[in-house]
Design a binder for this molecule. Structure first.
Ligand SMILES: N[C@@H](CCC(=O)N[C@@H](CS)C(=O)NCC(=O)O)C(=O)O
Length: 206
């Protein structure tokens, strides 16, 4: 990879950590540029016009170009490496779990963590309060499905770690901060430990 890689991030974000972890596992140099999402740093006219018109981090800058969406950025780094399976079916299956992460997992588990840890229960809007129970049930369902899938398997897809494991590790290992109990999901706990032992693994800063 010849272009310089810069991660535009808030280090508290699991979505940003996915990209940091992918780069670390691949031994790729990654410069990190930090923003405070609580202060609205990603909503400034300059950020919107130059970095991401969707007003969010992470964004992976590749040379002069900007790539938002965490899983797209992981794919950019991981394509043609050991983190993407050779088999066509397994590659599609890896994407299946990355879409699952964005649709069934992150909007429930990461959102509850954000609300409880960063906004604070007392500061939630009535609409957010109403959504807590639904998000808790949906997050639990995602963890249960993961636990069932990982029972008798080491990795989400195939015989080694892939981008699916990285995408799902990011907010699963933070789930307790969102009020979820990982102890109820023993196969998930064993898998989290396997990810932590991958060569090149880096822990999240916060
Ligand atoms: N689907 C996106 C989600 C990005 C996202 O929600 N980013 C949050 C932090 S994790 C953010 O930038 N929030 C600030 C804001 O919306 O102003 C991804 O996977 O990258």
């Amino acid at each position: 990879m010849t272009d310089k890689l810069v991660l535009h991030e808030d280090p508290r974000s699991g979505n940003c950590y996915k990209i940091q972890l992918t780069a670390a596992l691949l031994g790729l140099p990654l410069e990190r540029r930090q923003y405070d999402i609580m202060r609205g740093d990603t909503r400034t006219p300059e950020f919107l016009s130059k970095v991401n018109s969707n007003g969010r981090i992470p964004v992976l800058q590749v040379g002069e170009r900007f790539l938002p969406e965490s899983n797209a950025a992981c794919w950019y780094l991981g394509e043609s490496t050991h983190l993407v399976p050779d088999s066509r079916f397994e590659r599609a299956d890896m994407l299946r779990w990355m879409f699952f992460e964005q649709y069934n997992h992150e909007p429930n588990i990461a959102t509850l963590r954000f609300w409880l840890v960063y906004l604070g229960q007392g500061n939630l809007s009535p609409q957010q309060r109403e959504q807590i129970m639904g998000k808790r049930a949906a997050g639990e369902a995602a963890l249960k499905l993961m636990d069932e899938h990982l029972t008798g398997r080491e990795w989400f897809v195939g015989a080694s770690a892939s981008l699916a494991d990285i995408a799902l590790f990011a907010y699963t290992h933070l789930a307790e901060a969102g009020g979820f109990s990982l102890g109820d999901h023993p196969a998930v706990c064993r898998w989290l430990d396997r990810v932590r032992k991958l060569p090149g693994f880096v822990a999240m800063d916060t």
